[in-house]
Ligand binder design. Structure first.
Ligand SMILES: CC(C)(COP(=O)(O)OP(=O)(O)OC[C@H]1O[C@@H](n2cnc3c(N)ncnc32)[C@H](O)[C@@H]1OP(=O)(O)O)[C@@H](O)C(=O)NCCC(=O)NCCS
Length: 171
């Protein structure tokens, strides 16, 4: 973990820090979040996190500088082994190891404690930093969606990536 980066479970009172992260275009444009992030939307989201979902925050000097979450991939029991991953790092902290610290914590949690067999995500095909991070943690591209989302007036392609849990060794 990078020097000075603390990762812990997101608490309802972290909403302001998460909202701040999504204020910046370089953060929301890499995700499906719209511009003009709402404090109230984030307050509710963190206060009413669905059971089974897991959200972590990264802090530097006590300030929230990034977040990453595992969310149910669907309601069917036949998809209970899969979770969707989403994450964002505050603009001035991007490229400084925060995403790596969050991803290390989330994959350790998913593999060693939650038994998540498959972690899925979508990432825009031109998001080189995110692709590098995900590949580093064992995610592979499974397919590409054409014109997947609208981003600043243009349709952008995205990759579907997934990481299947490494084999769990016996004691
Ligand atoms: C994508 C994101 C989460 C990555 O987190 P981060 O803290 O910036 O990433 P890190 O600093 O931990 O770096 C991750 C890796 O990418 C590499 N990297 C950094 N910039 C890069 C670039 N422009 N091109 C290719 N690789 C790059 C780093 O070298 C590092 O790999 P290494 O440890 O092997 O050297 C973050 O940049 C972000 O929030 N971006 C905006 C929102 C977003 O795109 N979210 C993801 C949605 S799928």
């Amino acid at each position: 973990m990078g020097v000075g980066i603390v990762v812990r479970r997101a608490e309802p009172e972290d909403y302001e820090g998460v909202w701040r992260t999504f204020q910046d275009e370089s953060a929301y444009s890499g995700t499906l979040q719209p511009p003009f992030a709402s404090r109230e939307v984030w307050r509710k989201r963190l206060a009413e996190m669905p059971e089974g979902d897991f959200m972590l925050v990264a802090l530097v000097d006590g300030q929230v500088v990034g977040n990453a979450g595992l969310h149910a991939a669907g309601k069917s029991p036949r998809r209970a082994h899969a979770m969707h991953l989403g994450m964002a790092v505050r603009q001035e902290w991007q490229g400084k190891g925060v995403g790596t610290a969050l991803m290390r914590a989330l994959t350790t949690l998913a593999d060693g404690w939650l038994n998540v067999f498959r972690i899925e995500l979508t990432v825009y095909t031109d998001n080189e930093r995110a692709l590098a991070l995900y590949r580093k943690f064992g995610f592979v591209v499974e397919g590409t969606h054409k014109s997947y989302a609208l981003r600043g007036g243009r349709y952008v392609d995205s990759h579907s990536m997934a990481r299947v849990k490494p084999k769990t060794p016996p004691v």
